[in-house]
Design a protein around this ligand. Structure first.
Ligand code: TNX
Length: 538
C-alpha cells in the first residue's frame, strides 16, 4: 500500500518535472565565432550599421517578447517566429510566460525615443545576450523584422554545441527609408494571375521592405475584378486574355483577401482601372461605354491605344461612379489609380474633360487620384499624383502644378523590359535593362525632377509576354531587389560593387522561396540551383 503510494508520487513528480523542465537541455556558454554585422548581405542597405564583432546565438532556448499593449506588435512577433520556423525549423515562443531556461531573448518594443523619428524607422541592438528591436510603430517593427530575417544565417553551426545554433552578428542598426512610397505593379489584365500567385509576389516584396502593390486590374484584354452592379464586366470582359487563354477575375472577397494579406505585411494595395483608353474589355461587356465608333470584340492581342470610353455620356460617369464606389469601399489604402495612359483615340479636349470629371468622383469617395503622367495635361488637383513613365514634359508640368510624382521611368524601372536580346520574356521598346542598369541610376537626380516632388519609386510589371508566375519571377527578380534598395537606402549607401555581392547572396532565399529568377551572368550567384549555362541551353 505504502510502496504504491510512493510509486504514484514518483510518477506524479516525474510528470510535473517533465512539464516544468521544458526545454530539458541546459544552455551552455558558447564560444561563438566572431562575425561582422557590417558585412552581412542586407538589401536594402540600412542607413547606419555599427558592428561590435560578437554573436547572438539563435537556438532552441530563444524566445520572443513584444510590447503587448501597442497595436500590432504581437502579430509582428508572431510573423518573425513563423519565418524563423520556416528558415531554421526552430519553434520560438512569442509572449509566453517566463519559462526557466529561456535565454537569449528577442524583444520587439514600442518606443518613442528613436534616433530617427518616422513611421517606418526602427533600431536594432544586437548583443551576445539579446536582440532588441525598437520602433514607434508596428510597421517600423515589421521592417526591422525583415532585416533580422536577412541576417539569420542560412545554415546552422552544428559543431559548437549538442544543439543547433544560428549565430547572428552583434551591433547596432539605425534605419529609415528615403522614400515613403516603394512599390511594384502587377498587370493582371493582359494575363490573369491567381490569388496564390499574387500572395507569393507580396511575400517577396515584403522581404525587401516594399510597401505598395499596385494592381493593374483592367485593360483592353480583360476586366479582372467583380463589380456587383455591373456583372457582365467579369462575365464577358474577364473571359479571355492575351493569347486567347481563359482569363479570369477576382471576386470582391478574393480581392479583400489579397488586400488583407498585403496589410498584414504593411503593404498598401492600389487598384487601377485604366481609362478612358485601355477599355476594350469593359466596352465589349457594356457597348454603351464605347467611344471609338467601331463595333467592339474581345481582344487577345497586344496593341495599345485603340479603345476609348465615350467621354460625353452621363451614363459613362454613372458607371464609373459605381466602380469607384464599390472598390473604394473595399480598399483601405488612400489611393485610387485611374490609368489615363495612351488614350490615342480620345480627342484631347475629351480626355481633359474626362480626367477632370473622374478626379471628382475619386475624391468624392475619399481617395487620392493617381494617374499615368498624361493626366497632368488636364487641370488636376495638386493633391493628385502623377506616375512618371515616359514624358519628361509631363513630369515638368506635374512639378509646375506642385504635384507629387511616382518615379517609374520605363527606360530604367520597367520590369517587363528584356534584360538583353537573349531574354526569354519581355519587350524592349524602352530599353534592354540588364541587372546593373536597373540598379545604377539615381532617382533623386533623374531628368531634373526635384527630389521634393518625388513620392517614391514603382517598378511596373506589364504582362503581355508572361503568362504564369514563373515567368513573372523571371522578369521581376533580381531587378525588383535593386529597386528596393533605390527606394529605401540613401545614395551614399548604394554602390553596385557592394550590391552585387549582397545580391549574389540572395540566391539561397530565392531558391528556398522557389523563385525562378533570371540568373544574370553579371552576378556570381551563391549556390544557385540555376546557372547561366542552363538558361542559355533552353
Ligand atoms: C506601355 S506604361 C503601357 C502599357 C504596356 C507597356 C508595355 C503605360 C502607362 N502603358 O499599356 O503594357 O507599355 O511595356
Amino acid at each position: 500500500m505504502k510502496s504504491n503510494l510512493i510509486k504514484s508520487l514518483i510518477i506524479c513528480c516525474g510528470f510535473v518535472a517533465f512539464l516544468s523542465c521544458e526545454p530539458e537541455k541546459k544552455k551552455r556558454v558558447l564560444n561563438l565565432p566572431k562575425s561582422d554585422l557590417a558585412m552581412e548581405n542586407m538589401i536594402p542597405m540600412p542607413k547606419k550599421v555599427v558592428a561590435t564583432e560578437n554573436a547572438f546565438a539563435l537556438d532552441e532556448f530563444t524566445a520572443i517578447y513584444t510590447s503587448e499593449n501597442a497595436d500590432g506588435f504581437t502579430e509582428v512577433g508572431e510573423f518573425l517566429s513563423k519565418k524563423i520556423k520556416g528558415k531554421t525549423d526552430l519553434d520560438i515562443p512569442v509572449n509566453v510566460e517566463e519559462i526557466p531556461g529561456r535565454e537569449g531573448i528577442i524583444y520587439i518594443n514600442q518606443s518613442d525615443s528613436l534616433e530617427l523619428n518616422a513611421p517606418e524607422a526602427y533600431q536594432l541592438y544586437i548583443t551576445a545576450d539579446s536582440v532588441i528591436l525598437n520602433s514607434n510603430t508596428a510597421e517600423g517593427a515589421f521592417r526591422g523584422v525583415q532585416t533580422l530575417r536577412q541576417i539569420i544565417p542560412e545554415v546552422s553551426l552544428d559543431t559548437i554545441a549538442d544543439y543547433k545554433v544560428w549565430p547572428i552578428p552583434t551591433g547596432k542598426i539605425v534605419d529609415n527609408p528615403v522614400f515613403e512610397y516603394r512599390g511594384s505593379m502587377l498587370d493582371v489584365a493582359r494575363h490573369f494571375f491567381s490569388v496564390e500567385d499574387v500572395k507569393k509576389y507580396i511575400d517577396l516584396l515584403a522581404y525587401y521592405k516594399y510597401n505598395v502593390l499596385h494592381l493593374h486590374l483592367t485593360d483592353d484584354q480583360g476586366w479582372r475584378i467583380e463589380i456587383k452592379s455591373w456583372p457582365k464586366l467579369t462575365e464577358i470582359g474577364g473571359s479571355t486574355e492575351v493569347g486567347g487563354e481563359s482569363g479570369g477575375f477576382f471576386t470582391q472577397e478574393e480581392y479583400t483577401d489579397i488586400v488583407n494579406y498585403a496589410a498584414e505585411r504593411f503593404i498598401t494595395v492600389i487598384p487601377e482601372f485604366d481609362m478612358p483608353g485601355h477599355t476594350n474589355a469593359a466596352s465589349v461587356a457594356y457597348p454603351f461605354l464605347n467611344g471609338n465608333g467601331k463595333k467592339v470584340e474581345l481582344y487577345e492581342g497586344t496593341h495599345v491605344g485603340f479603345s476609348t470610353f465615350d467621354t460625353r455620356k452621363d451614363t459613362v460617369y454613372a458607371f464609373i461612379d459605381d466602380v469607384v464606389r464599390e472598390i473604394s469601399a473595399i480598399t483601405p489604402g488612400p489611393y485610387f489609380h485611374i490609368g489615363g495612359d495612351e488614350s490615342h483615340v480620345t480627342k484631347k479636349k475629351d480626355y481633359i474633360y474626362f480626367v477632370e470629371k473622374v478626379e471628382k468622383i475619386v475624391q468624392k469617395y475619399g481617395k487620392t487620384m493617381i494617374g499615368w503622367d498624361e493626366i497632368v495635361t488636364a487641370d488636376v488637383d495638386s493633391k493628385s499624383i502623377a506616375q512618371f513613365w515616359s514624358s519628361k514634359e509631363n513630369a515638368d508640368l506635374a512639378v509646375e502644378k506642385g504635384m507629387k510624382i511616382i518615379m517609374s521611368p520605363a527606360k530604367k524601372a520597367y520590369l517587363d523590359m528584356q534584360y538583353d536580346s537573349l531574354s526569354k520574356h519581355g519587350l524592349h521598346w524602352a530599353a534592354f535593362i540588364p541587372t546593373d542598369s536597373a540598379y545604377i541610376w539615381t532617382p533623386e537626380q533623374y531628368e531634373g525632377i526635384p527630389v521634393e516632388n518625388i513620392l517614391g519609386i514603382e517598378a511596373p510589371l506589364w504582362s503581355e509576354t508572361v503568362s504564369n508566375i514563373d515567368e513573372v519571377e523571371y522578369l521581376a527578380f533580381p531587378r525588383a531587389i535593386g529597386y528596393s534598395e533605390l527606394s529605401w537606402s540613401t545614395p551614399e549607401n548604394r554602390d553596385w560593387e557592394s550590391y552585387k555581392v549582397r545580391l549574389a547572396n540572395q540566391a539561397p532565399f530565392l531558391d528556398r522561396m522557389d523563385v525562378k529568377y533570371y540568373p544574370s551572368p553579371l552576378i556570381e550567384w551563391k549556390k544557385s540551383k540555376y546557372t547561366y549555362k542552363e538558361i542559355k541551353k533552353d
